[in-house]
Design a protein around this ligand. Structure first.
Ligand code: PEP
Ligand code: MN
Length: 349
């Protein structure tokens, strides 16, 4: 349910409504950026409980939410949510560019690539310290050392950092080092992990499971949100189909479908969808053209030496080309993309 307060409701009336929600055995959630004040209610409710809340002073309306996901639903929050990651804003109508290596391999590698993408207009750095690999023999990431490198590189290039968390035990630790936590496709329905990551208090990039429906994806977002994390960005990174010409099949159709039912921003990962350097740019353009709120891209300056996902990493020069093309599409769409200052300086130079 969503309890909408009247525009003249006082703070003490809002407080009383929240107390009543708890007395009835439900959880009350503040809905950010809502005018007039609205309070989300989760838990199994019955018609009588709706009536009890409707009668309280200051309450204008109680709206039942029929979707299985409540906090992630547009019924609960009609306007697009803006997710703020250390000053970088997702969902405000512009498009954010996150770029960096698949895995953190060393301080030198991370610093080189971070500088390369920052100079070309990226707003955030990506890089895995904990890598979920299909093979137990493959490079698993540098762990905490990788987190230390990310934090150090951030002090130099000043790009906020997103990194993946693969187990509940290291969620809090990762949150101490980076600006945004990532849930990978293989863990989208790891509910224990979602609960722990939700409690950390950092924005989360939630990747769609490789065979997850839209509803399942939003139910996973609901796990994060009901555990206190309202700053969720969804990421489409391709799904499993019969097609074998790409690593995954990029499902751009999820972008308008998600925006219809949810207020959360959605970005595209063209690297993990394509799997091949030659098709990363076309996938990225398709995502931006379909209305994505941003991109997350694997970039490596020595992809042949990369310890993870080298074949899909684009070179810094290809990243420049990608930026040029997405800027063109965004101009047509009336959007801004990437780090404006860097891109304007590059244009003048
Ligand atoms: C990644 O972003 O490095 C990654 C492992 O992606 P995904 O979970 O989408 O496969
Ligand atoms: Mn990868």
């Amino acid at each position: 349910m969503l309890v909408v307060m009247s525009s003249s409701a006082t703070d003490s009336q809002v407080k009383r409504v929240k107390e009543r929600i708890k007395e009835l055995g439900f959880k009350a959630h503040d809905i950010p950026e809502q005018e007039p004040t609205a309070i989300g209610v989760t838990g199994n409710s019955k018609q009588e409980e709706r009536v009890y809340l409707e009668g309280l002073p200051g309450v204008a309306q109680v709206i039942p939410i029929s979707k299985p996901y409540k906090l992630a639903s547009r019924d609960m929050h009609p306007h697009d949510s803006i997710v703020d990651v250390s000053g970088v804003k997702f969902g405000n109508g512009n498009a954010v560019i996150i770029a960096g290596p698949c895995a953190i391999e060393s301080e030198e590698q991370t610093l080189r690539i971070s500088n390369a993408v920052a100079e070309r207009g990226a707003q955030m750095l990506r890089g895995g310290a904990f890598k979920p690999r299909t093979s137990p023999y493959a490079f698993q990431g540098l762990g905490e050392k990788g987190l230390e490198i990310l934090a150090k590189v951030k002090t130099i290039t000043d790009l906020p950092v997103v990194t993946e968390v693969v187990d509940p035990g290291t969620a809090k630790l990762a949150g101490d080092y980076v600006d945004m936590l990532q849930i990978g496709t293989r863990n989208m329905q790891n509910f224990t992990l979602l609960k722990e990551v939700g409690k950390v208090g950092k924005p989360v990039l939630l990747k769609r499971g490789m065979s997850a429906t839209l509803d399942e994806t939003l139910m996973s977002a609901e796990y994060l949100m009901s555990n206190g994390c309202h700053q969720v960005v969804i990421c489409e990174r391709g799904v499993r189909t019969f097609a074998s010409h790409a690593r995954n099949t990029l499902d751009v159709s999820i972008i308008p479908a998600l925006k219809q039912v949810s207020h959360l921003p959605i970005i595209i990962d063209p690297s993990h969808s394509s799997g091949h350097r030659y098709s990363v740019i076309p996938h990225a353009l398709a995502g931006i053209g379909a209305g994505a709120d941003g991109l997350i891209i694997d970039v490596h300056d020595k992809p042949e030496e990369a310890l993870c996902d080298g074949p899909q990493a684009i070179l810094p020069d290809q990243f420049s080309e990608l930026m040029c093309l997405v800027v063109g599409i965004c101009n047509v769409m009336g959007k801004k993309i990437g780090n404006q200052k860097v891109l304007e300086d590059a244009n003048q130079g």
